[in-house]
Design a protein around this ligand. Structure first.
Ligand code: ADP
Ligand code: MG
Length: 252
């Protein structure tokens, strides 16, 4: 008998010494300067930091939309840097749902068609695609709006459609870059409540925001500055339910 093998469940995301340098002609623009961290399944994380601190670059790497200049990225145990282009696209499709600040829906297209879009290239039969899209719209509270075109929906509803589209492939992770950036305060809170519900159903969610009122919905806050992690800590409400904000813990 072979000795029993202990399988240790690794983190969903593990990055080590990530460096990203953009080249513009002769200029080199460093965007990430050595980022190392892990995120386990089920976390709800916000990425904060001033404009230009590398947040979107980091999200693009996590989302397999861009590759780092140096460093390693393991997504669910798979080393992303070792994959070919089509393998990368496949992994991205399987594991990641994207939500953007500007919703990025097709405008003269119905809600349900927008949600079906990520399934178009799968071998899934049309009827099943439709059903999956319907379920995803139901999950974001938009049953009955299937046939509305996106330009007939409010901003909050459009972002719900976009979240349904992110969910339709049953991804492991939702990546959202400033998902409430185009929404008013009340609608932003509703979208964050929806993301909280999804997280409670065990979806791993990583979002970028610069608003403390948004990040307080999450359970871990990572601050970026100049392409490095300035601080990384669990969110702790102050006693008495006060929401914000302990000063960030400085990493040495
Ligand atoms: P954030 O999302 O925190 O505002 P970004 O990740 O977008 O920051 O940008 C980090 C740095 O990289 C900035 O200096 C930005 O100008 C630069 N940058 C981002 N994307 C590109 C690109 N495609 N080409 C060149 N420079 C870029
Ligand atoms: Mg950005």
């Amino acid at each position: 008998m072979p000795a029993g093998k202990i399988e240790v469940q690794g983190p969903l995301i593990k990055v080590k010494d990530l460096v990203k340098i953009y080249k513009l002609g002769d200029m080199e623009i460093p965007a990430l300067n050595g980022v190392s961290l892990s995120i386990v399944a089920g976390e709800f994380v916000s990425i904060m930091g001033s404009s230009g601190s590398g947040k979107s670059t980091f999200m693009n790497v996590l989302g397999c939309l861009d590759v780092p200049t140096q460093g390693s990225y393991f997504l669910d145990g798979i080393e992303v840097g070792s994959l070919k282009r089509d393998e990368l696209a496949h992994l991205r499709n399987q594991k990641i749902g994207f939500v953007f600040q500007g919703f990025n829906l097709l405008s003269r297209t119905s809600a349900i068609e927008n949600v079906e879009l990520p399934l178009i290239y799968s071998t899934m039969p049309a009827r099943e695609r439709r059903q999956r899209a319907q379920e995803a719209l139901a999950a974001v509270g938009l049953s009955g709006r299937e046939d509305h075109h996106s330009n007939q929906l409010s901003g909050g509803q459009q972002q719900r459609v976009a979240i349904a589209r992110a969910l339709v492939n049953k991804p492991s992770i939702i990546l959202a870059d400033e998902p409430t950036g185009n929404l008013d305060t009340k609608t932003s809170q509703e979208i964050m409540q929806l993301l909280t519900q999804l997280n409670e159903q065990n979806m791993t969610i990583i979002l970028v925001t610069h608003e403390p009122d948004i990040s307080k919905f999450t359970r871990r806050i990572i601050h970026f500055k100049d392409g490095i992690v300035l601080s990384d800590r669990p969110f702790q409400p102050l006693p008495g339910g006060q929401a914000d904000s302990l000063p960030p813990i400085q990493t040495p």
